[in-house]
Design a protein around this ligand. Structure first.
Ligand code: ZN
Length: 362
């Protein structure tokens, strides 16, 4: 599949869109990093341990898709691994938690925070960030996304154990989650100071599918809030992704002061826009499995068109993106089809208005 050529660099597009000017196409990000390495003949387990392979995958994604985002994600497990969680790696799938580092929430007593130059795979990623910055820094903003404090805590002690601790030892659980918030903030600050890498959070454990609203209020909100406030203070904003159902906690999430909310495809962009579109930018939410992974180019066109009709006129801005991580096995053609649909239906986008590319469809 041929990629439709666009005129602006991602940096130009982001700046002009933020100023309220018309841009060549709607901002569009692909959440593909390690999950796409097999497309370029690289085993995922090799990718994780080689800065050269990370740079190669990111460079190929730039060349082949021209998506607006650039930079490896720390993802859900990198910080927990840097704390000492043992991971299992396989050639064709993302890493999984093998042995969590903590046996008890109280193991965090006296623990040092993470050192980005020493711990886990972060030094390898740092090297790759440095090269990407030299290679693309003029044209592209480099960013990363990481698990929020609750998810880091889950991957540091085991999710079941964390959920049990919330019932049996709530103060211990809070101490652990607060420690993970401090770790995340330090990593974000150090990456920012070192290479100007911007940070966003994903907190899948904060979903209604896993945590009641009461538990969310007690064990997630204060610690995630602390992270959002800290990171926003140097970046000027911080966005958040939560998988699954979230609607019953949107009010709290928006009140944390996030700049953008990336929601799952099971939630409605239109509803989020109607309720909070004057306060936050919205990112989403092409169905990752049914459309991004298994869809035909026609399915992708239809999905992108409908999403843009629903929410691309969000007053505080919109970014097209899959509803979660781009799944392993997604073809390059499907990624190109997403970018082409963004260039077609999202052509001539302005914040707060439907793009010119939707004329005749609305
Ligand atoms: Zn997700």
């Amino acid at each position: 599949m041929e990629l439709i050529k666009t005129e602006m660099t991602p940096k130009e597009r982001a700046a002009a869109y933020a100023r309220g000017e018309r841009v060549d196409r709607i901002p569009c990000t692909l959440t593909a990093g390690e999950t796409s390495s097999p497309l370029f003949g690289i085993d995922i387990s090799d990718y994780y341990f080689s800065s050269e392979l990370m740079v190669e995958v990111e460079s190929r994604l730039v060349e082949e898709t021209d998506a607006d985002n650039l930079g490896m994600g720390l993802g859900l497990r990198t910080i927990a691994e840097a704390l000492g969680t043992k991971m299992s790696y396989s050639k064709h799938d993302v890493a999984k938690v093998d042995v969590p580092v903590f046996k008890s929430p109280h193991d965090v007593d006296g623990r040092e925070l993470v050192d980005i130059h020493k711990d886990g795979r972060i030094p390898i990623m740092l090297e790759a960030f440095k090269v990407l910055k030299e290679k693309y820094g003029d044209e592209r903003k480099i960013g990363t996304g990481s698990a929020g404090p609750l998810t880091i805590a889950g991957n540091s002690i085991g999710t079941t154990k964390l959920l049990k601790a919330m019932i049996k030892d709530p103060e211990g659980a809070k101490k652990l989650i607060n420690f993970c918030a401090d770790v995340a903030i330090k990593v974000a600050k150090d990456l920012w100071d070192e290479y100007g890498i911007s940070f966003s959070f994903a907190e899948p454990l904060a979903s209604k599918n896993l945590l009641s609203k009461e538990m969310f209020d007690e064990f997630c909100l204060p610690y995630l809030q602390k992270c959002i406030t800290a990171v926003s203070s140097w970046q000027g904003g911080c966005s958040l992704h939560i998988c699954g159902e979230t609607k019953d906690r949107w009010d709290d999430v928006v009140n944390m002061g996030i700049s953008g909310f990336w929601i799952d495809n099971c939630e409605s962009l239109g509803e989020l826009k109607g309720l909070y579109g004057d306060r936050i930018s919205i990112t989403g939410n092409i169905p990752p499995v049914d459309v991004v992974l298994y869809g035909t180019p026609e399915d992708i066109n239809e999905s992108v068109k409908n999403i843009l009709l629903e929410a691309s006129d969000n007053p505080r801005g919109f970014c097209l993106c899959p509803g979660c991580t781009t799944p392993v096995g997604t073809s390059l053609d499907n990624m190109k089809a997403i970018m082409n649909a963004a260039a077609t239906y999202g052509r001539g986008a302005v914040k707060g208005q439907l793009p010119e590319g939707l004329k005749g469809y609305c």
